[in-house]
Write a protein that binds this ligand. Sequence first.
Ligand SMILES: [Zn+2]
Ligand SMILES: [Zn+2]
Length: 414
Amino acid sequence: MGKHYEHVKGTVDFYPPQSSLFQNIVKEARNLFILYGYEEIILPILETEAVFAKGVGSTSDIVEKQIFRIQDKDIVLRPEGTAQVVRSYIENSCSKQSDVHKFFYIGPMFRGERPQKGRLRQFHHIGAEVFGVENPALDGEVIALAYMVLQKSGIKNITLKLNTLGCAQDKEKFSARLQKDLQAHHAKLCELCQKRVSVNPLRVLDCKDPSCKKIVASLSLGKGHLCDECQDHFHKVTETLKALSVPFEYDPFLVRGLDYYTNTVFEFISSALGAQDACGAGGRYNNLVKNLGGPDVPAIGFALGVERMLLLREDFKSPPVVNVFVAYTGETLASEARTLVYELRRQGVSADMSYKPKSLKSQLRVAQRLGAVCTVIFGEEERKEGCLTLRNMRESTQQKIAVEDIIPALKNKI
Ligand SMILES: [Zn+2]
Ligand SMILES: [Zn+2]
């Protein structure tokens, strides 16, 4: 026996029916994006580290702990989509072609840290990014779209948490006040947060350490740091969500651990997922395009974690692998059966048959496993009578049908 190989830790093989559920989620998302006027963007898995250090932030978990480096070059496996889409948007001078761009992407992302429950090395994001629109109605629409993608994928019991960080100046004000408030509890913060207080106090709000969580919970956060314009923006976002019947909870503690967010931030959570409870998140990032060397263009986006969505869909019933299974008795009837299989496929009806002679009973078992709606039986008896047996697999009934009528009869049943 040869060596037995195992998958890389933190990666997942999607076997049927999980792969079918995966594709189902992707298909529903793609249909919705198209309905909302988004265009697909397909980007490489490899990207330079600087894009994320500058984009996501060099003190974010993603860059500090999770980046997946290749050799010792500046090249990394992309950890998220937003900074990369922005890089591509700038590089391709998109803003010169049109003032508004709506992109979506679906693909794998990578994190290099030690894998743990709910945290994979390779995972998949369904994401969207919109460039060139300041209007708060868009924030509402983008959030509603993400919510629709989750709902269309059959995910229930989703809570939408919503907050605003304000513009860069508001965020700075908020950060300074937070820093002052946290300094008072400095000794009780975890080691990492003691450092964060001076470098990036917002990150303390995301800390999972119980002592930090207790301190954070005692803080009184609100919208005091917001300028009038940002207050108004947020109000209009909530108005749009109400108009679109998307339920939300205002959460002043929601800041998201990435540097690029300004104004609207949101997160979709489900209690079914345990500690790693977010299955998607996003927000506005009005300064990122400029910070990455592009024009001054506002933007907003979100990303949903496909693997987390899969966990929330355990009730999924996969569609049939083929609609029609063609069974035959004896080698002599195999070629006639094969002709029917080919003809069905040519006419757009999924069909399959056994590649070697088997008992009728075991062929019916295969048909069952494939979820076939109908099985057509080529037997000696049928041959003598010039007909075929059509078995309805769901009702376990069967009837004899003239050879020339079989395809219309099958099309009628599926
Ligand atoms: Zn502001
Ligand atoms: Zn902490």
